[in-house]
Design a binder for this molecule. Structure first.
Ligand SMILES: *[C@@H]1O[C@H](CO)[C@@H](O)[C@H](O)[C@H]1NC(C)=O
Ligand SMILES: *[C@@H]1O[C@H](CO)[C@@H](O)[C@H](O)[C@H]1NC(C)=O
Ligand SMILES: *[C@@H]1O[C@H](CO)[C@@H](O)[C@H](O)[C@H]1NC(C)=O
Length: 436
């Protein structure tokens, strides 16, 4: 989109305030829409809801990891328009030499002076932090609206495109949940007790959350935390935990030769292949004979041989080969898994020719799910949760609309109903957490 972010923000605030008005009038009419709804009508449904139009605005901006500047500016303009105080943290991508690649984390809290001057410290120490990430995986897929063939209910309108689920659904729902609660005189929440954190880089290095975790801002504000609400797609259920992860990159060095005289060289592919075959099966081997850990909670650990490279041409004995393998862990510690992987590889790499480099990882992460009225789920993906140093006793909740099963795919999408249900879910979680 060629509009500047201010223009987008200006458009949006008009749109949001009009939408607020429209929603009150039109909601009952829009609950059942005709089966032949056109694009204009679908857009009207979105425009009539502050939550859905906020979600649309941030999904329409591309924000693949390392390119989060535009969406960050838009999120700031939205928060500032609602009188939030916004603090940014610059997180330059690795190797960035100038500011063209600027990107930042966003930390925001309601301007409590609007509500009660006497109750706010200069930097409030919130009880509840809501956090999600503003980057997406590539490639960008444009925002689109379509109607379910089976249903003409507005709740079943499908919103698709990159980030619509992972993780801009959570960004939008978390913002709207706080706005609604702050406006709601029955909820009586203290504005100084809540804050928002939107980080960059979750889909790649977790550098946004790591930066926040090590920052002075975090040190200054985390003393009174009762709960942190992490947003990722959990199908509207509370996650009781997620699997751990570790990665190993493997390199083999051989000796090049003519393929007609292979004995003159040493094939790097032949060195690496047996190791990859062994690793590929390591999740299916019983634990007592050297397989990866299993658990009742998560089932089997799984392995993905995700990247292989080796050789230069069909008629050359390969001098060099490499691979990257990711393990999703159902149990055990990182050290245990590392030992197990090394042992399995050394059984086929008798001469110790393979070079192994393990990425930092973590074992399964246990989460809190002690809130009435929520179904629970376990998930196999990683999150930013281990990247934030959280004091003992602080509750960690993981919750969000939409399914991880579509999140990184071409068909990423969720329904209006998913988003609206999660909005209510988040309000419940915030109110529950404030009472802890
Ligand atoms: C923000 O604060 C200003 C000044 O106090 C007020 O006029 C305005 O209505 C507030 N806006 C929102 C969205 O709360
Ligand atoms: C920053 O880098 C980009 C390309 O990487 C270049 O086009 C631009 O001129 C640089 N800006 C400054 C201020 O050096
Ligand atoms: C934050 O607090 C930790 C622990 O007290 C300390 O080690 C660290 O240096 C502090 N970081 C900053 C940036 O103030």
């Amino acid at each position: 989109m060629k509009l500047s972010w201010c223009a987008v923000a200006a458009l949006l605030s008009i749109c949001v305030s009009e939408a607020l008005h429209l929603e009150q009038i039109q909601q009952p009419v829009l609950n059942l829409v005709p089966a032949t709804l056109g694009q204009d009508k679908l857009s009207d449904v979105i425009a009539a809801s502050p939550l859905l139009s906020l979600h649309r605005a941030i999904c329409e901006l591309e924000s693949v990891t390392d390119d989060e500047l535009a969406v960050g500016k838009l999120v700031i303009s939205i928060l500032e328009a609602h009188n939030f105080t916004v603090k940014t943290q610059s997180v330059p991508p690795p190797g960035a030499t100038n500011s063209t690649k600027a990107r930042f984390n966003i930390y925001a809290y309601p301007d409590a002076s609007k509500y009660d001057q006497t109750r706010i410290a200069s930097v409030p120490k919130p009880k509840v932090l809501l956090s999600s990430h503003i980057d997406t995986v590539p490639p960008h897929i444009p925002y689109a609206l379509s109607q379910s063939k089976k249903s003409s209910s507005r709740k079943d309108i499908l919103i698709s495109g990159r980030g619509t689920v992972d993780d801009k659904a959570c960004v939008a729902v978390q913002i709207q949940a706080l706005l609604d609660l702050l406006e709601d005189s029955d909820a009586k929440i203290d504005p100084s007790e809540v804050a928002l954190l939107f980080v960059v880089g979750e889909e790649s290095r977790g550098d946004g959350m790591k930066h926040f975790s090590n920052s002075e801002l975090y040190n200054q504000t985390n003393a009174d935390y009762k709960a942190i609400l992490f947003g990722e797609p959990t199908e509207g259920k509370l996650a009781t935990g997620h699997k751990g992860i570790t990665m190993v990159s493997i390199k083999a060095h051989g000796k090049a030769a003519h393929s007609g005289y292979p004995w003159l060289g040493r094939s790097a592919n032949s060195i690496i292949l047996p190791a990859l075959v062994v690793l590929d099966g390591l999740g299916d081997i019983p634990e007592d004979v050297g397989g990866l850990p299993r658990s009742k909670k998560y089932g089997k650990s799984t392995v993905n041989v995700g990247l292989m490279q080796g050789g230069v041409a069909g008629n050359v004995v390969p001098e060099y080969a490499s691979a990257e393998v990711t393990f999703r862990l159902a149990g055990g510690t990182i050290e245990e898994v590392k030992d197990l992987v090394i042992k399995a590889i050394r059984e086929v790499d008798l001469d110790g020719l393979l070079e192994l480099d393990f990425a930092q990882g973590y074992g399964p992460i246990s989460l809190d799910a002690d809130v009435d009225g929520f179904e629970t789920i376990t998930v196999n993906y990683g999150t930013d949760i281990p990247n934030l140093k959280v004091a003992k006793g602080v509750k960690k909740y993981l919750y969000g609309p939409g399914s991880i099963l579509v999140a990184h795919g071409k068909n990423e999408g969720l329904t209006v109903g998913d988003l609206e249900d999660a909005l209510e879910g988040y309000k419940k979680l915030v109110l529950h957490s404030l009472k802890l």
